[in-house]
Design a protein around this ligand. Sequence first.
Ligand code: COA
Length: 310
Amino acid sequence: MSVQPRHPVKVPVCVYAPDDADGRASALGFGDRILCQHVPTWEADDRFHHADGDVALILSDDGRCTPLGVASVSTALRRPGSALPTRSTQVYLRPGHESRLGELVASLVDTEGTELWIRPENQQMIHLIQRRWPAAYNCRRLHLMLTELPVDTEPLATRALDPSNPEDVAAVVRVNNSAFAEHPDQAGMTAESVQKKLRELGHSAEGVRLAIIDGVVNGFCWTQIHHDRSLGEISVIGLHPDVHGRGLGGPMTAAGLRWLHDQGLRQAILYVEAHNEPAVRSYHRLGFVTVHDDVSWMIPGGAPGAEAGP
Ligand SMILES: CC(C)(COP(=O)(O)OP(=O)(O)OC[C@H]1O[C@@H](n2cnc3c(N)ncnc32)[C@H](O)[C@@H]1OP(=O)(O)O)[C@@H](O)C(=O)NCCC(=O)NCCS
């Protein structure tokens, strides 16, 4: 599996890129099945962003593959024994090596600025970040929301995306780039990135529901099914701004939820920016409840302050 992180790292690390949920769980638990590869520096131009697996760094003690700690950035990881994923930056250290927390986190930070997801209750990490990088600031807050399936709301009529039809793909790009013009993750979609996202989601384009509103494709809902099929996910839902404010957000989401339910899923989750009031209200109406929040801290580029210990 190829891993293309953007960040050059400052300490020797090993990269772990699990192929499946089972491998991931054993890696996080420091089990026997850790797969790792020693990578002294990273020069690639991509972000830590992998729909095909979560990325962890394993701090190497000796330049070989002695795992002392595991960390991951900006991914939705599932902790062993936990029913729901979390988008927090996960950091695990072997007992006796806790003093290396700062070093491990520092290995994630690069000169261009780094976004770390930290659960609000993880005070140890927050204190570490604030001490070591005084310029760090709160950047985003996401609700992880969950609902049981099916939901009562009548869905919009939808059809599947046909990825071989350039008009369909262009419609998705048009709606996406209008609906998410300012969004940090979602803006700037291209025909190529539609195809890439389809490959990452790992199921057929049937799970991408398109709604014809006012005679054209003006809405979509991308769904996702987790590896172990325990959860469905609304990966992204958007309406063209021309049709906002007409009460269609809930029914558009319900169309994705209906598809997930038809695939046998009994629960669905989604992540939403806490300040996105129309979206949050739509989801509440559908029966979604907030399970927890994930908050991101931005460590600005070139902010060293690295002399303080962990
Ligand atoms: C989020 C989105 C799907 C909501 O759909 P919508 O059709 O515009 O919204 P609705 O008309 O269904 O309104 C939903 C609720 O938000 C409220 N609302 C609408 N605009 C609002 C605004 N600007 N500020 C606060 N509340 C607002 C409505 O009153 C309604 O509340 P209610 O359910 O209590 O009556 C749509 O705005 C959209 O595509 N936005 C851009 C993409 C996006 O943010 N997607 C969600 C990512 S998770």
